[in-house]
Design a protein around this ligand. Sequence first.
Ligand code: FES
Length: 206
Amino acid sequence: MVRPAHTIRPKPEHEGKSSERRGFLRWILFAAAGGVAASMGVLVKLVVPQKTGGYIPTVKAGDILVYAEGVKKGKPVHLDDLQVGDSALTYPKGKEANYANIIRVIRAQPDAFQPPTRVDWTDRGIVAYSSLCTHLSCTVSWEKRTAITASIMICYCHNGLYDPLRGAKVVGGPPPRPVPQVPIKVDAEGKLIITGGFAGPVGPLL
Ligand code: FES
């Protein structure tokens, strides 16, 4: 039904202005809430440690590396066990339950390493890296070829390739970054000992 023209009350001017004011206030409140949320996000990032995909290694200086598999599982890895071109999958002794601690050691000629390998973190040609693939956290394997320069750290899940002589630089496949190096030394008995933590987060980042 059409309302007679005289019954349609024109909107008083002050009503229009107050609704504009309410809209403006709402906008201000939204903007303020957004600002607070953004600041809280920055604060949380500063206070809470960066997530590392849930993998929190507990490797520390003094840990003895032991075999993670094979007939020598649980036994310390000795320098003489490994010839140039060999590799072993290891854990710090007593910390096998934490997959974030898994470490691959490789033996090369001491002068074979190139940047960005931390040569001061190697000893007598032994270098150690996290063995947790940075793509989707499969275990990184070792493919020994005729020469150490041709051998490669490989993740068979999606053919991720890491160069062991160049700081585990990614040379193929989907891993987004190198597996981090961890410093080691050979003790007086020839055992491999960790001397510090990983160079960076292990496994995939969230
Ligand atoms: S999980 Fe290693 S390449 Fe995908």
